[in-house]
Design a protein around this ligand. Structure first.
Ligand SMILES: [Zn+2]
Length: 422
C-alpha cells in the first residue's frame, strides 16, 4: 500500500496514452480523420493528460467546466472538483463549422507535424477570452505572454474526450530526467517516502533554490526537483543547458538519497498565483505531498505581488488539494549572517552592493534572482560567487558565450529587490 498522497480527485492515476495494438489501430484510423491543429500549449496539455499528470481530466474542457474553472475553480462535470486553469482546445471558425458534434477528429501538432491523438468532439463553444484572461492572469494586457497566447487562439473551443498517441520528443530529448507520474511515484515508493516536496524549476538552480530545497528536506522525506522541459519565452535558458547546470549543483551540494530529479512537458503560462495552484495539482499526481512556493512563483514581469502565490492557497477551499504549499519567504545571501537566510530569519536590513566587476562593496543582503543572474551573464559581467557554485556558473557561461544573438533581459522590480513585501 502506497504511503504517498493520492492522485487529484481520483484513487488511481488516469493516463490517457494508448499503447500496444490499440495504439496502432487508433493511429491508423486517425489518419483518415479531419485534422485539428494545436498550438504548442495545447499539445503540451494533451501530453500532460496522456501521462496522467492532469488526472482526472478525460479531455479538453467544455463550456461549463471552462466557466466553472475561471470563476470558481470548479469543474461541474467532475462533481465540482477543484481545478485552477482552463484546459481547452481552440479552432478557427471555419474549421469548427466543418465539424459536427459527435465527430471524431485528429489532433495535429503543427511543430512536429504529427498526429498526437484523437478527440470525439462533444461540444463547440465560444468564450469571452478577455474574461478568461482577467480571471486566470489577473490582467488583459496583451504584453503578458500568457494573455497574448489566449488572445491569439481561434475563436471557437472544441471539447471532448481524447485518446493520446505520443509524448512527442520529450522522452527521447530529455531521457535522463523525463518522467511520467507513475515513474516518480515508483521511485518515491522504492525509497519508502511518504512526504515529498516538489521544487518547481524553469531556470537554472541557484543558491536560493538550493536553500529552499534544503529547508524542504529538513521537513519532508525528500525533495523532487521538477523542472519544466516544455516551452519558455525568448531570453530564457534552454532546457538542455538547465538540466546540465542543475545536475552540477545537485552533485555538489545534496545527499543523493534525498533527491529525485524529474522533467515535465507542460508549457509555462506565467499565470503566477493560479499557475502555482496548477503546479500543486499536477505535483500531487506526481506523488508530492508538498509544493515549495517561493517568491513570485510562476510570475512574469511585475504582474503579481511577490507573495500572491502564497496567499492564493488561503483563498481556495481547505479540501481543494491534498498537496500543500511550503511557503517560503524571500531568501538571499547575507554577508553579515555569512549564510543564506530569509526575511524571516536575518536581522540585517541593508542591501548588498556589487560593483560592475562582481565585487562585494558592502551592505548585507544579496538577492539571488535568476533574472539578475541571466542579465549579468548575458552582458558578459562576472557573477558574485554567492549566486551559485563555480561549476554551475561555468556551465551557464559556456552557454552565454555561445549565444550569438543576445536577447535583452529586462530587470523588473521583483528581480532587483526594489519591491516591498506585500
Ligand atoms: Zn543577515
Amino acid at each position: 500500500m502506497s504511503k504517498l498522497v493520492p492522485p487529484h480527485g481520483s484513487r488511481e492515476l488516469k493516463p490517457l496514452l494508448l499503447s500496444g495494438g490499440v495504439l496502432n489501430q487508433e493511429k491508423k484510423r486517425a489518419e483518415g480523420l479531419k485534422k485539428v491543429p494545436m498550438t504548442s500549449r495545447e499539445t503540451s496539455d494533451l501530453i500532460m493528460m496522456g501521462i496522467g499528470a492532469f488526472t482526472p481530466l478525460d479531455g479538453f474542457m467544455g463550456k461549463d467546466d471552462w466557466k466553472g474553472v475561471c470563476d470558481d475553480y470548479k469543474m461541474p462535470s467532475k462533481g465540482g472538483l477543484f481545478w485552477p486553469i482552463p484546459i481547452t482546445l481552440s479552432a478557427t471558425q471555419e474549421l469548427a463549422d466543418s465539424i459536427k458534434a459527435g465527430q471524431e477528429v485528429a489532433l495535429w501538432d503543427t511543430e512536429t507535424e504529427t498526429i498526437m491523438g484523437s478527440m470525439t468532439v462533444t461540444e463547440k463553444y465560444t468564450v469571452d477570452k478577455k474574461h478568461e484572461c482577467q480571471q486566470v492572469f489577473k490582467t488583459t494586457d496583451p504584453e503578458h505572454p500568457g494573455v497574448a497566447k489566449v488572445m491569439d487562439q481561434g475563436p471557437v473551443n472544441l471539447a471532448g474526450p481524447v485518446k493520446v498517441f505520443s509524448e512527442s520528443y520529450y522522452p527521447e530529448m530529455f531521457s535522463e530526467i523525463y518522467q511520467r507520474p507513475e515513474d516518480s511515484r515508483k521511485v518515491f515508493e522504492e525509497r519508502g517516502w511518504s512526504t515529498v516536496a516538489a521544487l518547481q524549476l524553469r531556470n537554472p538552480m541557484h543558491g536560493s533554490h538550493a536553500y529552499l530545497a534544503w529547508v524542504a528536506i529538513e521537513v519532508c522525506d525528500g525533495v523532487y526537483i521538477h523542472q519544466l522541459v516544455g516551452k519558455l519565452k525568448p531570453g530564457d535558458i534552454p532546457a538542455e543547458v538547465r538540466v546540465k547546470a542543475i545536475q552540477a549543483l545537485v552533485d555538489a551540494q545534496f545527499r543523493k538519497e534525498r533527491v529525485v530529479q524529474g522533467g515535465y512537458p507542460m508549457e509555462m503560462r506565467y499565470a503566477g498565483p493560479r499557475e502555482a495552484l496548477l503546479h500543486a495539482v499536477f505535483r500531487q499526481n506526481y506523488g508530492c505531498s508538498h509544493l515549495i512556493v517561493g517568491r513570485d512563483h510562476a510570475g512574469v514581469g511585475d504582474y503579481y505581488g511577490p507573495f500572491d502565490a502564497h496567499n492564493i492557497f488561503n483563498e481556495i477551499p481547505k479540501d481543494a488539494l491534498v498537496c500543500q504549499p511550503l511557503c517560503m519567504d524571500w531568501t538571499f545571501y547575507c554577508y553579515d549572517c555569512g549564510t543564506m537566510a530569509s526575511m524571516k530569519t536575518c536581522p540585517h536590513e541593508s542591501k548588498a552592493e556589487i560593483d560592475d566587476n562582481g565585487n562585494y562593496k558592502g551592505g548585507s543582503r544579496l538577492l539571488l534572482s535568476g533574472t539578475m543572474l541571466r542579465k549579468l551573464m548575458s552582458e558578459g559581467k562576472p557573477v558574485p560567487k554567492e549566486f551559485s557554485r563555480p561549476e554551475v556558473i561555468a556551465i551557464l557561461k559556456e552557454y552565454y558565450d555561445s549565444v550569438e544573438e543576445k536577447v535583452e533581459v529586462k530587470l523588473h522590480g521583483a528581480a532587483t529587490g526594489d519591491v516591498k513585501k506585500q
